[in-house]
Ligand binder design. Structure first.
Ligand SMILES: Nc1ncnc2c1ncn2[C@@H]1O[C@H](COP(=O)(O)OP(=O)(O)OP(=O)(O)O)[C@@H](O)[C@H]1O
Ligand SMILES: [Mg+2]
Length: 1063
């Protein structure tokens, strides 16, 4: 499918325009990478991607307007230099896919639109290339998206980093530690359905190849009061609901639990056990699976669940007052389950819940508790059990995450990436000890942030050789000192009050505070405030002017919470627990240690100082999360709420520091690369140093000296407007360039196509020529060989057949046969026949015969009956006369005619005399008298039976064929002939001497009619004939010059006939 993209100049969204489907967001690798600056031209609509580019950078309104524009376009990320500001979209924007990860990998921070993954990748690359530990600090108020960001970061590293050579499971463990920690440490609050109720700092260790090999988690100040009490609309920690909702029947039975959360007092306070956005059942499954991944054995899971269940049972322990107002446990069933689940002695536990061990004058006494004290003790135990279990859980996860290769030489070369997901600044209607600690923590982190940002800015200016211009910013060290300073700080005073013998209360603590820090500009109480301010402060409150704003704390509960008191006998009971986890959580050494344990505030302070040290030792990166509204709704931008967060996240301060002198800085190479097309001297390639190229470029663009500074490796631009003007010029230039590139590309494309076609044509041509040439050569070779064979064969043609002459001989034969076809005789008379080669002589003769027979046969088949008769007669004539009579040859070309006299020439009388006898032939003849040899004209008629001689109208003589004994003629050229008649026949007058001009014809027909072909005598010299009864005559024939027929003196008829040459 062809992908069409439409570039929306935000630099982030690419719309796929599909012909059949509605527009859809295309993300990741489908998209086109757009450089960050390309969005600058769309700044009116989508704002700037880096707040440093705000013209009016000191204006909070401009800052918020920029955030709003971007938020409207679903652009939740914006930079302040290297700091990422993130606004919780409260909707799935589909921007964390694998493609997105790939898109942000290995690219320069500023080349891509702002994104969490850009930060993640930059941090990771710094970790790998510089081998310096990194820390990503994620801050923001509850519900702003800190935990989500942490999870996305972890996911990014898990999916994009190479797998370690050994212990690949660490990636899974890192990911799976989250659901477990969230189940035990997160809860639904009014602000966030999945609010982290503890601070978390997680180290991910990478080996020298950049593969995650281990991890470690530090947790801070779990909000354990939630175990026993929740505000309206809030819940206890998720794990309780997950267990009740998802736990198998068998498990619940064993733990003595009912599925209904309403049955447990610790779960009903907030009156919202069910939350639509939370699926406890599926979360339970995830937690169970995760527990296995992070190395929990089945026993450990059982022990852990026993503790969770015991907390619920503890909540349901009720007391009733006896006569002396001492508390007594009334819920035996719960007690029974508790003793079983916690593995403690029942009566000891009962006693511990209703009595307090006190030491008086070295003696230990058990003092009974009243109802209120017993409830307090019970809740304290529940909190202690849960919070210590949580700490144990973190320890357990840490053991599972700990690199198994700690001993290996690689271990020393590991680098660490820290992720800090810690509660943001909190300001409620009523703020107590927890808020105090949390806000102190934020105060510390803000200080660190300012310090480090400022430091890095200064370092960069110094490195670039640019004079540092001091910036005005608020240093909150003064507030930190107010809280943490030794002896004079609020925590010290609180601790002092907690440890002081005598009746110390929250109010005495407040008084002490007023005494000690009354002159501090950031501290205020009812007593210290002026008239106007006093109204807003109760007597039991104090106000701190934090960097982010004022917060009023109520001192109620400060001492208790700081002391975190758990009665000694309860501790003792828990130390004897047979539940292995409890056993680890409550250590006997605690009992023997006479020193008072550190107070909560001090512990927190110490851990914070440690955290600051950890963070200081690392290269920091910041993600500042903002929550757009309190309703958890997508698309809603609550300006008041956001302004508040911008303030207490110190973003304006941050921006001011970043914009200390210059709005924009970029490496010379990057700047030149981007804008070089704007100057003919730098376009398309600048051969010299990038720095010089930038100088030439800036001169060409007409930058004024006050608008920029040239550092060692970077250009610094003072005002965003200068950059925007350059950017706008680039946009115009780009259009030109795009057209040019298109034209060049098209030209190139078509030329490539043409060249390809040309190459193909040449290839085909040469191939064809080659083929032709080869064919010709083969033909020539064949011809030469043939000629050679023919010559050789010709030379040896007379030799017996052998391989040398076989070809020639065959050739001669075939050519003879082939030629013969063309040279066959055309008709029977054509006697021509080609001369055969010696080998074919016999065959040739046979063929010739065949051919002749064939022609004869054909001739015969086509002959007409008349012609056939003619030929037959001619053949008979030939048989009789050929070579015997001189004038025969003259007769050959003359056709025999059927009759020489027509019917009209024969007298009717004769015809009548003949009767029905047909006349087959009639010819005029001359009859020579037998005596005088006088010639008389007569007609000779042939009938089927007889020869009839007619004189005009009279039949003179009729000779029946049976009586015709023979016919005599001379061999000369005369035309006389004698018909011999049977002598015995008296009716006959004797032989007849006749002369016919057509003697051959007449005789042939007569012989045929009379069947006397063999009876024709051809005489030489003379013929004797019978002239009548008893009288013979003789005719003498002599050759002469001309025909002369006379009666000789001897009475013979003398015939002189010329000799014709033809014989
Ligand atoms: N980038 C994001 N995209 C979509 N939804 C988000 C994003 N970040 C946060 N959310 C939504 O906001 C809710 C609250 O976020 P999260 O739990 O991360 O807040 P938090 O800052 O850790 O708050 P807390 O301090 O209470 O722990 C999430 O459950 C999620 O529904
Ligand atoms: Mg959180």
């Amino acid at each position: 499918m062809a992908l069409q993209v439409e570039l929306i100049p935000t630099g982030e969204i690419i719309r796929v325009v599909h012909p059949h489907r509605p527009c859809k967001l295309a993300l990741g690798s489908d998209g086109v990478r757009v450089t960050m600056e390309s969005a600058l031209t769309a700044r009116d609509r989508v704002g700037v991607q880096d707040f440093v580019l705000l013209e009016n950078f000191t204006s909070e309104a401009a800052f918020i307007e920029n955030l709003r524009r971007r938020f409207r376009e679903n652009l939740i990320y914006t930079y302040i230099g290297p700091v990422l500001v993130s606004v919780n979209p409260y909707r799935d924007l589909q921007i964390y896919s694998r493609q997105h990860m790939e898109r942000y990998r290995g690219v320069s921070f500023y080349e891509v639109p702002p994104h969490l993954f850009a930060v993640a990748d930059t941090v990771y690359r710094a970790l790998r290339t510089e081998r310096r530990d990194q820390a990503v600090m994620i801050s923001g108020e509850s519900g702003a998206g800190k935990t989500e960001a942490t999870k996305r970061l972890l996911q990014f590293y898990a999916e994009t980093c190479p797998a370690p050579e050994r212990g690949g499971a660490v990636r899974d463990r890192l990911l799976q530690s989250n659901p477990v920690l969230e189940a035990f440490g997160n809860a639904k609050t009014l602000r966030n359905d999945n609010s982290s109720r503890f601070g978390k700092y997680m180290d991910v260790q990478f080996d020298f190849k950049g593969a995650p090999v281990g991890g470690h988690i530090l947790s801070y100040l779990l909000e354990k009061s939630r175990v026993v009490h929740q505000n309206h609309g809030e819940r206890n920690f998720h794990i309780f609901y997950q267990l009740l909702e998802g736990g198998e029947e068998e498990t619940l039975r064993r733990l003595g639990l009912e599925r209904n959360p309403q049955s447990y007092l610790y779960l009903v306070k907030g009156q919202c056990a069910k939350v639509s956005s939370i699926n406890d059942k599926s979360d339970w499954k995830a937690v169970r699976k995760a527990l296995t991944v992070i190395d929990f054995t089945e026993d450990e899971v059982e022990d852990l669940l026993s503790i969770v269940a015991s907390v619920l049972h503890l909540g349901n322990i009720h007391f009733a007052a006896d006569e002396e107002s001492n508390a007594q446990v009334t819920t035996e069933n719960q007690l029974k389950y508790l003793t079983r689940l916690l593995g403690v002695d029942g009566s000891t536990l009962r006693k511990a819940l209703t009595h307090r061990k006190i030491t008086a004058k070295g003696e230990e006494l058990l003092s009974p508790l009243n109802l209120e004290q017993a409830a307090y003790a019970r809740d304290a135990l529940a909190k202690a059990v849960y919070s210590r279990t949580f700490t144990w859980l973190v320890g357990k996860i840490n053991r599972s995450l700990a690199s198994k290769d700690a001993e290996s030489p690689y271990w020393r070369s590991t680098t660490v990436l820290g992720l800090l997901d810690i509660y943001g600044f909190e300001v409620f209607q009523h703020n107590s000890f927890e808020q105090f600690c949390i806000n102190y923590c934020n105060e510390k982190l803000q200080q660190l942030f300012i310090e480090l940002t400022l430091k890095s800015e200064q370092e960069e200016y110094e490195a670039e050789g640019i004079a540092w211009e001091p910036v005005q910013y608020f240093n909150n060290k003064i507030i930190c000192d107010l809280v943490e300073e030794k002896f004079k700080g609020i925590i010290s005073i609180l601790d002092e009050e907690c440890l002081r013998p005598g009746e110390a209360t929250d109010l005495t603590f407040l008084e002490k505070l007023e005494d000690t820090v009354k002159h501090h500009p950031h501290f205020l109480t009812h007593k210290l405030a002026d008239q106007r301010t006093r109204k807003s402060l109760d007597r039991g409150e104090f106000r701190l002017l934090h960097y982010a704003g004022e917060v009023t704390y109520s001192v109620t509960g400060f001492l208790d919470k700081n002391n975190d008191l758990l009665f000694r006998n309860l501790k003792e009971t828990m130390c004897s627990s047979e539940n292995p986890i409890m056993n680890q959580c409550f250590d006997r050494s605690e009992l023997s240690d006479k020193k008072r344990p550190e107070t909560v505030a001090t512990q927190f302070k110490m851990s914070l100082l440690q955290l600051v040290e950890i963070l200081k030792s690392k290269e920091p990166a910041y993600i500042r999360c903002i929550k757009p509204n309190d309703a958890k709704q997508p698309g809603r931008f609550d300006e008041v709420l956001i302004r508040h967060q911008v303030k207490y996240l110190g973003l304006m301060e941050n921006l001011r520091v970043r914009r200390a002198g210059f709005a924009y800085r970029r490496k010379y190479e990057a700047f030149l690369q981007r804008y070089k097309s704007l100057c003919p001297e730098t376009w398309p390639v600048w051969a010299g140093r990038p720095q010089d190229g930038v100088a030439v470029l800036l001169r060409h663009l007409g930058y004024k000296p006050e608008e920029y500074k040239m550092g060692r490796t970077k250009i610094f631009i003072r005002f965003p407007k200068t950059l925007f003007a350059t950017e706008d010029a680039l946009e115009v230039r780009r259009q030109d360039l795009a057209t040019k590139i298109q034209a060049t590309w098209k030209g190139f494309h078509w030329r490539q196509k043409f060249l390809r076609v040309k190459t193909s044509a040449i290839c085909i041509q040469s191939w064809w020529r080659g083929t032709l040439g080869r064919r010709k050569a083969a033909k020539r070779k064949w011809a030469a060989q043939t000629i050679r064979k023919l010559i050789r064969g010709f030379i040896l043609r007379h030799a017996p057949r052998c391989p040398e002459n076989a070809f020639f001989l065959d050739h001669v034969r075939t050519s003879f046969l082939l030629n013969l076809r063309r040279q066959l005789p055309r008709n029977i008379l054509d006697t021509s026949w080609p001369t055969p080669p010696p080998a074919l002589r016999e065959a040739s003769e046979l063929l010739r015969e065949l051919c002749m027979k064939n022609m004869v046969w054909k001739y015969c088949r086509n002959i007409s009956p008349e012609w056939k008769q003619q030929l037959q007669q001619k053949a008979v004539a030939s048989e009789i006369f050929k070579g015997k009579k001189d004038n025969y040859p003259q007769s050959v070309p003359r056709l025999f005619i059927s009759t020489r006299l027509g019917a009209d020439e024969i007298s009717p009388k004769v015809l009548q005399a003949l009767g029905s006898e047909p006349i087959q032939y009639a010819v005029p003849v001359v009859k020579y008298d037998r005596k005088g040899y006088k010639p008389r004209s007569r007609q000779l008629l042939l009938t089927p039976n007889a020869v009839v001689i007619v004189e005009d109208t009279k039949v003179k003589q009729r000779i029946e064929y049976a009586n015709l004994t023979g016919i005599s003629v001379s061999s000369l050229s005369d035309s006389l002939f004698v018909l011999h008649v049977q002598r015995e026949d008296n009716k006959q007058k004797g032989d007849v001497v006749l002369q016919s001009d057509h003697v051959i014809e007449t005789l042939t027909k007569t012989a045929l009619s009379a069947d006397r072909v063999n009876n024709i005598n051809i005489n030489q010299g003379s013929i004797t004939f019978a002239g009548g009864p008893g009288r013979d005559g003789t005719i003498d024939f002599t050759p002469g010059s001309e025909l002369l027929i006379t009666k000789a003196k001897n009475g013979h008829l003398a015939v002189v006939a010329p000799r014709l040459n033809s014989r």
